[in-house]
Write a new protein. Structure first.
Length: 222
């Protein structure tokens, strides 16, 4: 596996060269991460708390650790001190727990809200009604130790490119709509995390600012 060559190939096919590439290194061993690091990658994405905790102390300190998977509330405390961005905040309960853990260690934790855009039932995330309910609540306005930097979404796992495009397009529309809304100061909608190995070009065409790419860089995960 030539990780540097893969990275070059991925970068070359970016529709938007200023889109941030988060290298998704889940299940991959440290030498693979170091190969990406040496090729210039500083943003790494992991989806398991145990794994991100094991890798973090072993990698250079300027790595930015992105938690991209579903996160259980009872595990937030382990990553709160070092996580750069939590992409998958999919419930108000989880957001409140992140706020609570941030408060404990006096750190404002950057997060993205995960929006349910896929057809599959199984994909996590807020729907529009849940989002609006949360925004309207007093409890939300009183959060002090989170910063909401944007939205994240995963398209349906399908060959149907028009379906994927439609879902990303819908997420971008929601993003633009929310940016017009009067929301508390800790909501700064700048980032739109959408796109993986199979669909990052469509995602970039639809306005993604961050793509989370694993297998196209590190190979399949067996
Ligand atoms: C695994 C994963 C990715 C990367 O998937 P690839 O298809 O390997 O690029 C992106 N986002 C999330 C949330 C993931 O869990």
């Amino acid at each position: 596996m030539d990780i540097k060559a893969n990275l070059d190939a991925v970068k070359k096919t970016f529709v938007n060269p200023s889109c941030l590439l988060v290298a998704v290194s889940k299940t991959k061993p440290l030498p693979d991460l170091m190969a990406a690091y040496e090729a210039g990658i500083r943003d790494f994405g992991e989806n398991k708390v145990q794994e991100i905790m094991a890798k973090q102390p072993e990698m250079p300190s300027d790595v930015r650790w992105h938690m991209i998977g579903h996160l259980q509330s009872n595990k937030v405390k382990y990553i709160a001190p070092f996580v750069y961005l939590i992409h998958g905040v999919d419930s108000f309960k989880l957001l409140k727990e992140i706020n609570k853990q941030g408060k404990k260690i006096n750190r404002i934790i950057p997060v993205l809200l995960q929006i349910h855009i896929a057809e599959e039932e199984s994909k996590f995330g807020f729907d529009r009604a849940e989002l609006e309910e949360m925004f309207a609540s007093d409890e939300f306005k009183q959060l002090t130790h989170v910063q909401i930097k944007g939205l994240m979404g995963m398209a349906t796992f399908t060959e149907d490119q028009s379906q994927i495009r439609k879902e990303f397009h819908g997420l971008k529309q929601l993003f633009d709509e929310l940016k017009q809304k009067a929301l508390p100061d800790f909501v700064q909608l700048e980032e739109l995390s959408m796109g993986m190995s199979g669909d990052y070009r469509i995602a970039q065409e639809e306005g993604s600012t961050m793509v989370r790419i694993g297998s196209a860089i590190f190979g399949s995960r067996g």
